[in-house]
Write a protein that binds this ligand. Structure first.
Ligand code: S3P
Length: 182
């Protein structure tokens, strides 16, 4: 592991800011791969949904239920901005984070976004039993939501296909791609 860290250090992300944002649809593997990547790089891992829950004292599902999606998005944008004080980090965003222009601008300004993706059915399969995903519904609706969000995700300079890969393999692929483009 140590030698891996040496290999990655200094060329972690091409913005040179040492901050990597994992973006993509629900079930794309942002949190699981993010944890592995942060460990391999020896930097902090931040899960945006977790930070929203900590800051509000409510679960994601409760925020949606009691306050609505608009308030969740406001809390999400605030949690994202608060990560700016952190030094190098791997940050797993939520599937809807890039729907806000201000979030896309913030991410572009403060680090490098990596879009994780897989065929819709694979992503939905990975989402089974997700308590943090109140938007999850029929395949038809999810296909539409994904379609709406593609423009936002594709604003990321790197795209990684995760079908058939485990979190550690995805993390290694991200590190290699970041190195190649640094
Ligand atoms: C959401 C995705 C979730 C979570 C919330 C909203 C979305 O995160 O932020 O339920 O709008 O797609 P994951 O992408 O980690 O599931």
């Amino acid at each position: 592991m140590r030698s891996d860290r040496r290999e990655y250090s200094g060329c972690m992300d091409r913005s040179g800011k040492g901050r990597i944002y994992l973006v993509g649809f629900m079930g794309s593997g942002k949190s699981s791969a993010g944890k592995c990547l942060a460990r391999d790089l020896g930097v902090r891992f931040v899960d945006l949904d977790e930070r929203i829950e900590l800051a509000s004292g409510l679960s994601v599902a409760e925020i949606f239920e009691r306050e609505g999606e608009g308030e969740f998005r406001r809390r999400e944008a605030a949690a994202l901005r608060e990560t700016e004080s952190l030094p190098a980090a791997v940050i797993a965003t939520g599937g809807g984070t890039l729907t806000r222009r201000e979030n896309r601008d913030f991410i572009q300004r403060t680090g490098t976004a990596v879009w994780l993706t897989a065929p819709l059915d694979v992503m939905l399969d990975r989402c089974r039993g997700g308590a943090r995903r109140p938007l999850l519904s029929s395949r038809e609706k999810m296909a539409l939501l994904l379609e709406e969000r593609l423009a936002g995700y594709s604003s990321a300079p790197l795209r990684i296909e995760t079908e058939g890969l485990g979190p550690q393999e995805v993390a290694q692929l991200i590190a290699l791609r970041l190195q190649a483009t640094a």
